[in-house]
Structure formats: C-alpha cells, structure tokens
Design a protein around this ligand. Structure first.
Ligand SMILES: [Zn+2]
Length: 387
C-alpha cells in the first residue's frame, strides 16, 4: 500500500515541484472481528503533533481517524496547522495528510486500492502545493484543481487496469457529475452561488449552505478545464496556455498558482470567505489574468453560459471539445518541474532541497495487520515565485 502512496506523491511532486512539510499518515484499517484500539496510540500521538495549533496549543487527538480505520472505512484528506480540518483552508505551516484505504465486506482491502491510493496521494499532494502558493482560495479551485490533476495522471502506466485517457476521465466521470448538478434547476448558477465557500462546522457561507460537494469537485474540475481552454484562446498571440502553465508556469501572469499575490488586500481569516476577496487581487486577480476575463464574475458567467447554452445542458461529448489533447497531456505530465534558479517562498533549509525521505514507525501491536505506518515526505519546496 505504501508503495502506491509513494508512487502518487512521486508523480505529483515531479510535476509540481517539492513542497515542504508534507507528512502522510497511513492509518491501517481493521476488520470488525479483530479490533485493537491500542495499535493506534503511536500514530495518534504523531498526528497530534502534526496538527498542533501553535497559537492555542490544541491538537487533534486522531480519534476520528482511528474510528474510521477501525471501522474499515476509506478516509483521505489533507489537514493543516491552525485550521478547522478537514474542511478548513490549510495553513501554510505544514500539510499533514491522512490516507486509510477501507476494507470490503469480507474484511479485505478493496481490490482497486492500488489505483485508488495513487489517485488519493496525487489529490492530497496537490492540496499541499496549493496551500503553499495560494491563500483564501475558493473550494472549487482547491478541489476542482486536485481532481483535474487526478485526470492528468489517469493514463499513467502505474494506474494498471484502471488506466484511462484524460479525455475519457472527464467524459465518463467529471462531466456527467457536473451536468447532473446543473440539471437541478433549483439553482441556476451553481458555480457562482456555491463554488467558492465551503461550509465549515457552524460557519455558514454568504451564499448559504450547499449540501452537494460535487459543486467543488466535479463542477470545479470542469471549471478548471474551462479556465485553461479560455486562457489558451485569449492568449493565443502569446503562445497559448496549457494545464502545465496553469499549475507550474512561474512567469508572471502566464500561470495561475505561481501568480497569486496574497497580501495586497484586507482579509480576516476568522470572518471572511474566499468569495469576498476583492476582484483584481489575490486569487481573483491571478485567475482573471490567466483566463483573460475582466473579472472572476465574468469568468463564472461565461462558464455557466457555456455549460447550459440557452438553458439546454451540453452532453459530456460536447463538453469534451474544450479539453486538451490526451496525448499532449500525457507528454506534459511527465516533464519534471525545473527547480533551477529558484528560491523558496518560506523558510526551509538547503536550496535544491533534500530528496524525499520516507520512514516507518511500527506499532506495538503483534499482528501484522495492525502495524501502522507513518510515511513522512520531508522535502523543501524549490520554486520561482513570480511576484
Ligand atoms: Zn481534496
């Protein structure tokens, strides 16, 4: 299992660059007939330290992770220091990630686990990258971005029998789910109304409570693909744009993530929401510059007119017209991020960064089924930050 997580991290890390302080916690699942709560003591202690709020001293005791692992449930998310995990915006300090593959009814790991773990690791590693370069970023760009990156690597040889092209991943998984939600006409403007702000415990977003996470994941991924499509058209005189530009271009305004300037506006992280970042600043300025729209509001309107022209929903086949060519995506996805002539946006020793290191901590349990592994990916982010 750990090999699969390492493979996913390796793929995402090679493409995005190295992000520091990414700890992956693999809580091993148990089945109903062999419960041993003490097997989780060590990993819970490490999880507590990885999530400790440095202001208030509070740490997460890992009870939720332990409960899911003992129940044999899937549990995958990225947390962050000083946040309301897992729905909060990850703080920049570090990004601890939990990955627990669940068990099937016979107490065995699901047979698709290898592929599922690779995909989960790609998804969560992309959150670590996003947390470093963005701030106050909307839920649809966080989750939709991570899902788009899953699609980028869905045709990699490591995906085995689940391998499918970028286009097929969108056509059969992402687009149908996005269409389903837009088919619910109780809300006309899903992305505009609910896309940015994700309810967190008792905090209610300005647009109200949204009960369907597909708006973040699948509408979000469709909107990311649409942003790249528009950027390519609107910047054609300047060589066009690709998904690789969106993620990794460090030239000012040629990419999205590396062009976010987070400190040129007022924002109270306790009371403000990503939708309230002023147009022209922060993630909104970077997105509008990338796509070539006048504002994020104009981008949303363009997306919603595209997915439902004249009130009639597009088919997944029609939506696929905006996608980059699958073989071009395959070729760009394995180009390693160039760490040369770069600096790190936050303190981390040794330019160039140490190679990823992984180590395991065994539990006190006797049965190998209960041995718990914590994988620590310790590496520095080396990247040019275009300001
Ligand atoms: Zn996510």
């Amino acid at each position: 299992m750990r090999n699969s997580v390492e493979k996913g991290v390796e793929l995402a890390q090679s493409f995005l660059g190295k992000v520091s302080d990414v700890d992956v916690f693999m809580y091993e699942a148990q089945n109903a007939s062999a419960q041993n709560p003490s097997a989780y003591e060590e990993i819970n202690g490490l999880w507590c330290e990885a999530t400790r709020d440095e202001v208030h001293g509070y740490c997460n005791n890992g009870a939720g992770n332990q409960e899911k692992a003992m129940n044999g449930e899937n549990n995958v998310f990225a947390s962050g220091k000083m946040t309301c995990a897992p729905c909060g915006e990850p703080a920049k300090k570090s990004t601890p990630i939990v990955i627990t593959p669940g068990l099937d009814s016979s107490g065995e790991y699901y047979e698709h686990d290898t592929d599922w773990l690779i995909q989960g690791a790609i998804h969560e590693y992309s959150h670590a990258f996003q947390a470093l370069f963005g701030a106050h970023t909307p839920a649809w760009l966080m989750e939709g971005g991570a899902v788009q990156l899953e699609a980028v690597f869905s045709n990699h040889a490591s995906r085995g029998t689940y391998r499918k092209t970028y286009e097929d991943h969108f056509k059969h998984t992402i687009f149908p789910a996005a269409i389903d939600l837009y088919g619910d006409t109780s809300v006309a403007t899903w992305l505009t109304t609910y896309g940015s702000d994700r309810e967190c415990e008792n905090d209610i977003p300005p647009g109200g409570v949204n009960a369907n996470p597909d708006v973040f994941y699948n509408i979000g991924a469709a909107a990311v693909a649409f942003a790249i499509y528009k950027a390519n058209i609107n910047h054609v005189a300047d060589g066009g744009r690709t998904f690789a530009d969106f993620w990794t271009n460090t030239e000012k305004h040629k990419g999205f993530w590396h062009s976010i300037v987070v400190d040129d506006y007022e924002f109270n992280i306790d009371t403000d929401w990503p939708s309230q970042v002023p147009e022209g600043t922060g993630w909104k300025g970077a997105l509008a510059n990338f796509t070539g729209h006048d504002s994020v509001a104009a981008f949303y309107a363009d997306f919603e007119a595209w997915i439902k022209p004249g009130g009639v929903l597009k088919t997944p086949e029609e939506m696929s017209d905006i996608l980059e060519n699958s073989s071009d995506v395959d070729a760009l996805s394995v180009e390693p991020f160039n760490n040369a002539n770069s600096f790190m946006p936050r303190s981390c020793e040794a330019s160039g960064g140490p190679p990823s290191s992984f180590f395991g901590v065994s539990s006190s349990a006797t049965h190998s089924r209960f041995s718990l592994v914590v994988v620590v990916v310790s590496s520095c982010l080396v990247a040019t930050l275009a300001l």
